[in-house]
Design a protein around this ligand. Structure first.
Ligand code: N7H
Length: 503
């Protein structure tokens, strides 16, 4: 941060004291020389500013008006989620415009590598938040209007007993997302936000999240590399082999591909689904070690356990897809973004997969359930188009020695799941309810998604985990991912924050 300090000095001498005080109090981003984002080799790179400009001009997208978290995926280093309830509407609107709005980070700013920002700030509102702000008319999204609590049972949660108490009502009005590469940057911006909004909100809940340390950066707590496969949104980036290509309106409200009638102010916003998903890592590891796949010749017990995990996920821990590496991990494949997503589940040249063959990847595998590719026929258009941009990040500590040896979680850890889409019923809620939780999808006797599928707390059977015996059912001993609840939000365009929400 030396460059930052020097530049800060220059700016302070050049501008008036009042402006300097404002800059200090809002933590406007000093010039710095590295991005706040992580960039593991296996994750698709973000587009360069020039490439994004060309793509967005061609598609008529205004990336400077779209909040920065929506399209960038799972690349955050540290993130703080501040959930709030508005207590003084008039003062909140004032502060939203004068203090928060100047800190809201656009997509263009996040991509700017020549002058990288140090902390990203985004803000989103729930239905009760929009109502509190007296925004007239609805957004025409039934899941959003009802709130996530009303959806708990439909999503497969066993009610809301396991939910974080703040999510057990509809009183959360909004969430502020702050991301940076250092906890210091993050915390100083959090402090500025708290100062700016003091007396206008109550903090209902907050969650600290961070990429895992060292070589596990980009991997979630079960150990698998995440953030490999997000759709390529037209107007933002060009696709890598195997990436789904989707019109902007599948993620951004009011853009081409969003067929729902929307109020004009909502254009270029996106629905943000937040779920706090607790992961029982020692218990998951114990299940793998107790149930190694023994029918594939030549594998050690450990390799049999690793294969079981990879078949539950659809990818090895390195990110290599089991469809392309069916018996052993292939870290070179996993690390290559030009190859690690280049498969369809069909034979080369075919547009439909074999509906009886699970030898290379179970139909129930997490990534196959949530994006069946050629299982529903290619191209992935309309009926096969339920895409989300996943922007989550792990939370909680690494597994301790004591937890590993007792095979029991003692401290909560998991995924702060964030998904963006233009229609919750077509995006997250569809994937969770009709694919992950539906044991008859993709075919009769496919079973539940063994990672995130839910059965209201009742046992879940999964088929196809044994590559040599696809009719064998495995009943999982527990849910390894436990929903702690969440809320549905709308992340508006920056101009909508200025002209509609703070007006
Ligand atoms: Fe999943 N995981 O780390 O175990 N997810 N997910 N997810 N997920 C994916 O392809 C994980 C959850 C999707 O395009 C990977 O980027 C965990 C929910 C979709 O081929 C890994 C949790 C939903 C994809 C994980 C969790 C989804 C995907 C492979 C919860 C939707 C892309 C890396 C704790 C309802 C599929 C990659 C494609 C991939 C994990 C939740 C959806 C490793 C731990 C709730 C669409």
């Amino acid at each position: 941060m030396k460059v930052a300090t020097a530049l800060a000095g220059l700016i302070l001498s050049a501008v008036g004291a009042a402006r300097a005080a404002e800059i200090r109090s809002h933590q406007v981003d000093w010039k710095r020389d590295s991005s706040l984002l992580i960039d593991p080799a296996a994750m698709p790179k973000l587009p360069t500013p020039d490439a994004a400009k060309a793509a967005s001009n061609a598609a008529g997208l205004n990336l400077s008006d779209i909040q920065g978290d929506i399209l960038i995926g799972m690349k955050k280093n540290t993130e703080f989620f501040l959930f709030f309830t508005i207590t003084d509407v008039a003062k909140f609107k004032q502060k939203l415009k004068s203090s928060v709005l100047p800190m809201v980070t656009s997509t263009t700013q996040v991509l700017n590598t020549a002058n990288p920002i140090s902390t990203m700030l985004n803000i989103a509102f729930s239905q009760t938040g929009l109502s509190a702000l007296k925004v007239a008319g609805g957004l025409n999204d039934p899941d959003f209007s009802a709130g996530q609590l009303a959806n708990a049972v439909a999503l497969g949660d066993p009610g809301s007993d396991n939910w974080v108490s703040a999510f057990k009502s509809t009183s959360i009005h909004g969430v502020i997302l702050l991301a940076s590469d250092t906890t210091d940057n993050l915390q100083s911006t959090v402090a500025s936000v708290r100062r700016a909004l003091a007396g206008t909100i109550n903090e209902a809940y907050s969650l600290n999240a961070a990429a895992r340390p060292g070589s596990m950066q980009g991997h979630e707590h079960f150990g698998y590399l995440d953030g490999i496969s997000n759709p390529a949104v037209q107007g933002f980036q060009s696709p890598l082999p195997g990436q789904a290509v989707i019109p902007p309106g599948e993620i951004l409200v009011g853009e081409t591909g969003d067929d729902v009638q929307r109020p004009a102010w909502a254009k270029d916003g996106s629905f943000l689904v937040f779920r706090q998903l607790k992961q029982l890592v020692p218990e998951f590891n114990k299940f793998l070690s107790d149930n190694p796949i023994t029918t594939v010749p030549g594998l050690t017990k450990q390799q049999g356990s690793d294969l079981l995990g990879a078949r539950m996920m659809g990818r090895w821990k390195s990110g290599a897809p089991v469809f392309l590496a069916p018996t052993q991990d292939n870290p070179q494949l996993g690390a290559d973004p030009h190859r690690n997503n280049d498969f369809t589940y069909a034979a080369p040249g075919q547009t439909v997969s074999d509906s009886t063959d699970q030898s290379k990847c179970p139909f129930a595998a997490h990534i196959r359930k949530t994006r069946p590719r050629a299982d529903l026929g290619l191209p992935e258009s309309k009926s096969n188009s339920h895409h989300i941009v996943r922007g989550g990040i792990p939370y909680g500590p690494e597994v301790s020695q004591a937890e590993a040896s007792s095979h029991t979680t003692k401290t909560e850890r998991g995924l702060a799941f964030v998904a963006y889409q233009a229609n919750i019923g077509n995006g997250f809620s569809f994937l969770q309810r009709f694919w992950a939780d539906n044991s008859a999808f993709l075919h009769q006797n496919t079973g539940f998604d063994p990672i995130v599928g839910e059965n209201g707390g009742s046992p879940r059977a999964v088929f196809g985990l044994d590559p040599k015996n696809s009719t064998k059912a495995t009943t999982l001993p527990m849910d390894f991912v436990v929903s702690r609840g969440g809320e549905y939000f709308f992340s508006p365009s920056i101009s909508a924050i200025r002209n509609t929400l703070s007006a």
